[in-house]
Write a protein that binds this ligand. Structure first.
Ligand code: S3P
Length: 430
């Protein structure tokens, strides 16, 4: 998606108030896809409001899945395993999750489907799903060098034992979804632990799977059953408010019903280490996912070094952490995060460019960047590069800059959080 409109952010003194976050994007995609192939009608509360999850719903509609919005719920009528051949290419928009995870399901359907997306999605690597899904017996043609559009010829699948070469929850989930349609038991192993929403969602819909650290196995031929669920608030969206709160010692914010799954909540450890005071209340489990109320109070703003498994765990939060890095006392260094280069934009390049425009130096590496602390930022005109997380990260950085900041292409935020700029203003004190 390439954003066109601009938003101007004025400096703030602190953040205060409470925000109920839209449903987690990763979980919303998975619940929608599993609901589509389950038996019965699934009722989902707090489904993600983002355009990415709307892309998933649009593709499902084209695959013969009926769904409708009823008051505060999304109701998805499952087709019990068999989808309908689509009449036209499936438009995945900007969504890597849609194209990769849906391919896992389409690999097991006895028809041909084509998946396309916007300019950004068309640059993203798909060999990581093409190779294992072809080993399982699907045929997947791609445009050039393994990029979308994809043409998936699905059918009878055989199980595989697969060790992921890159840590990717999207790929892991795609293979577990395909494993449902395969003969035998599929085993997926990952190099470092990634988010486990795929495993938890499959279990919630009634699939049996065996799990141990960094691996999951699933038996083919299992039937899924509809669920009623409330999607926990998106912690990757919460990240923007938490980092904004961290910029001001006077801040005090509260975020009810946020996802606290340990494979997603590494940000809370990082921000606590950096000096934000965080408390958790009313923690409970929903469909295997940990959820609770997060309260955060500003404090010190120390630096951090993020590398190894932490980089995979924080992959979606690194943009906002890097954007506030110049305000920290010691700076932030990020390594082992090469994957940032193949997200909605090359996030290492996008971050370095915008930080430079706002007056901060960042040293770029193939797998990360280092940003010195104690570099005050000045208001400037920065670009979202059509990337939702870059647009929102620099809105946060702008809150402590000297002067106003223009975010060009701010509408990219619709991908995960359409209401972000409005909600941010409700929290800001000037
Ligand atoms: C996601 C996994 C991550 C993440 C993306 C959502 C998921 O991508 O960056 O925003 O829902 O599984 P990769 O699987 O490419 O690491």
């Amino acid at each position: 998606m390439s954003g066109t409109n601009s938003v101007v952010i004025r400096p703030a003194k602190s953040l205060s108030g409470a925000v109920a976050l839209p449903g987690d994007k990763s979980i919303s995609h998975r619940y929608a896809m599993l609901a589509a192939i389950a038996h019965g009608s699934t009722r989902l509360e707090n489904f993600s409001t983002g355009a990415d999850c709307a892309s998933t719903l649009g593709c499902l509609r084209s695959l013969g899945v009926d769904w409708e919005r009823q008051e505060d719920f999304l109701v998805i009528h499952g087709r019990g395993g068999k989808l309908q051949p689509p009449a036209a290419p499936l438009d995945c928009g900007n969504s890597g999750s849609t194209i990769r995870m849906l391919s896992g399901i389409l690999a097991g359907q006895e028809f041909i489907s084509e998946l396309t997306g916007d300019a950004s999605l068309s640059r993203r690597p798909m060999a990581r799903i093409i190779q294992p899904l072809e080993q399982m017996g699907a045929r997947i043609e791609s445009s050039d060098a393994g990029r979308p559009p994809l043409r998936v010829t699905g059918g009878r699948l055989r199980s595989i034992d697969y060790c992921l070469p890159v840590a990717s929850a999207q790929v892991k989930t795609a293979l577990l979804f395909a494993g449902l349609f395969a003969q035998g038991t599929t085993r997926v192993e990952e190099p470092v632990q990634t988010r486990d929403h795929g495993e938890l969602a499959l279990a919630a819909f009634g699939a049996e799977l065996d799990r141990s650290t960094r691996q999951a196995t699933i038996r083919g031929g299992q039937q899924l059953h509809a669920i009623n669920a409330a999607v926990p608030g998106d912690i990757s969206s919460a990240a923007f408010f938490l980092c904004a709160a961290a910029l001001f010692p006077e801040s005090e914010i509260s975020l009810p019903a946020v996802l606290l799954n340990p494979t997603r909540a590494r940000l809370l450890d990082t921000l606590t280490f950096m000096g934000l005071r965080i408390t958790l209340e009313q923690v409970e489990e929903r469909q295997g996912e940990l959820v609770g109320t997060l309260r955060a109070q500003g404090g010190a703003l120390n630096g951090a070094r993020i590398s190894g498994a932490a980089s995979a765990a924080l992959i979606d939060e690194i943009p906002v952490l890097a954007a506030i890095a110049p305000y920290t006392s010691e700076g932030i260094e990020i390594r082992d995060a090469r994957e940032l280069r193949v997200k909605e934009s090359d996030r290492i390049a996008s971050l370095t460019k915008n930080l430079a425009v706002m007056g901060a130096e960042a040293e770029e590496f193939p797998d990360g960047l280092r940003i010195r602390g104690g570099q005050p930022l000045r208001g400037a005109s920065v670009d979202s590069f059509g990337d939702h997380r870059i647009a929102m990260a620099f809105a946060v950085a702008a809150l402590r800059a000297r002067g106003e900041t223009e975010i060009r292409g701010a509408d990219a935020a619709v991908i995960s959080y359409p209401d972000f700029f409005r909600v941010l203003e409700t929290l800001v004190e000037r």
